[in-house]
Design a protein around this ligand. Structure first.
Ligand code: FCB
Length: 467
């Protein structure tokens, strides 16, 4: 039987984000976020829900630390809510908000779990949005101030810092496609936003290093390998286009200090930029953005397949047969994780990589005895961990894995209908209920290894393959 053993010290964790789990939206002086505002607009959230209470992690965090302790985790990736700390986005800090994270950090450390915060997981203070949000360069300066406030308070205990989560989503889904807050549909604005997000990353990284001795600083990017549907030149060019738009637009500035010329030319051709100069890029910006990082956080869920449509325009090919899709409609493609890790290692050579998110949405109702037999999630996770191990074996400096997510939570525009958690959350009582995957992950962490035999029997069947 195959058994993939991870290196000693490999960091096992789970990930969540403030807007998706905390709730407590109006408590203790927290300000409004753009997601509070966006979710209140009818039709924006598929199930009509709102993140006002979410998983109530704001009150149940001690219990959640217990769950993590039970799983044997070494780290917890969470995000800090900017409007909880700075209700107006800038100016005076809300001490009650800082106290919350202070207590959370202490609780984690007492449980032997390393706090691994992200400063921005999409919940901009609405007060800043009212002044232009991320399309205004001042928001990057406000972010650096916010970083200083948080690092100043937590930096004596927190050493691993992540600035942004998936700036592609914040820029493109929020400002180009309109599916995420603040719901704009303006490609030119999205490019400005992307730049200010990256710039604020660079400035915040400098601030964290100044405030925190021995800080490890990184950024979290989503990455998907992009494959051409066929080998014809037009399909290959469609794949190149999407790779530039989605992956390289962020990787290149962060690791090379420049935007990818071919992707810039694509944007000029579409009229999203007047020319290749990009007036919002000021002298010194790219140097700040590309300062050396201690690690890259990689979020991986699936791959993308592209072709050229009848008019020669790039189009995504609908993925795989239904049986190979998660509830999000994302293809289960574990090999893409290994491919992503190898590509990033080869082309950008970060000092260290953490997989900062990986997981799958499946809805598995509780059975008679309350058991949630989420066999498909276990299969997804196992295959992806094997792929991660394959990358390690090929020399990728992979230092840890954070599973998305600890809890079923508020999945942005989908609301609570997409369930990624190791634990289900009762919508009324907020009681946490372990799924089979929670038991399985606990075994993986304890063994520091993944193998074919760690899965519990599914739905009461005996495992003939074990015999
Ligand atoms: C990622 C987000 C995370 C969650 C997962 C499913 O893109 O960072 O908040 O929504 O997808």
């Amino acid at each position: 039987m195959r058994k993939d053993i991870f290196p000693e010290g490999f960091l096992w964790g789970v990930a969540t984000s403030a807007q998706q789990v905390e709730g407590g939206a109006r408590e203790d002086g927290r300000g409004e976020s753009i997601w509070d505002r966006f979710a209140a607009i009818p039709g924006k959230i598929a199930d009509g829900s709102h993140p006002g209470i979410a998983c109530d992690h704001y009150h149940l965090w001690r219990e959640d630390i217990e769950l993590m302790r039970h799983l044997g985790l070494g780290a917890y990736r969470f995000s800090i809510s900017w409007p909880r700390v700075l209700p107006q986005g800038r100016g005076f800090a809300n001490l009650a908000g800082l106290d919350f994270y202070d207590a959370l950090v202490d609780g984690l450390l007492e449980a032997g779990i390393r706090p691994f915060p992200t400063l921005y997981h999409w919940d901009l203070p609405q007060a800043l949005q009212d002044r232009g949000g991320w399309s205004d360069r001042d928001t990057a300066a406000a972010f650096a101030h916010y970083a200083a406030v948080v690092a100043g308070r937590l930096g004596d205990r927190v050493k691993c810092w992540t600035t942004h989560n998936e700036p592609w989503c914040a820029a493109t889904l929020g400002h180009e496609e309109g599916h995420h807050a603040p719901g704009h549909r303006d490609p030119a604005e999205a490019l400005r936003v992307a730049h200010h997000l990256l710039l604020s990353h660079g400035w915040a990284a400098e601030v964290i290093r100044r405030e925190v001795a021995d800080a490890e600083v990184g950024i979290v990017l989503i990455h998907s390998p992009v494959h051409a549907a066929t080998d014809c030149a037009a399909d290959r060019d469609a794949a190149r286009w999407f790779d530039g738009f989605f992956n390289r637009w962020y990787l290149d500035p962060v690791f090379r200090g420049s935007y990818p010329a071919d992707a810039v030319a694509d944007r000029v051709a579409r009229g999203h930029l007047a020319g290749p100069e990009m007036p919002f890029v000021a002298a010194g910006d790219l140097a700040a953005i590309s300062q050396p990082l201690d690690f890259l956080g990689l979020n991986y869920y699936s791959r993308v397949v592209m072709r050229a449509d009848a008019d020669g325009r790039p189009a995504a090919v609908p993925p795989a047969p239904a049986g190979e899709l998660t509830d999000m409609g994302w293809e289960v493609y574990p090999r893409g994780l290994q491919e992503s890790l190898l590509r990033i290692h080869r082309d950008y050579a970060p000092r260290k990589i953490y997989i900062t998110e990986n997981g799958a949405a499946y809805d598995d109702p509780a059975g008679a005895a309350g058991r949630i037999a989420d066999t498909r999630r276990i299969d997804y996770l196992r295959a992806h961990l094997q792929a991660a191990h394959g990358a390690l074996a090929q020399g990728v400096p992979l230092a840890g894995y954070f599973l998305w997510s600890l809890l079923d939570n508020f999945e942005w525009g989908y609301g609570y209908g997409m369930r990624f958690g190791l634990f289900a959350v009762d919508p009324q009582t907020r009681q946490r209920m372990p799924k089979d995957s929670a038991h399985w992950y606990r075994d993986v962490v304890a063994a520091n290894a993944v193998d074919e035999a760690t899965s519990p029997p599914s739905r009461g069947e005996s495992r003939a393959s074990d015999a």
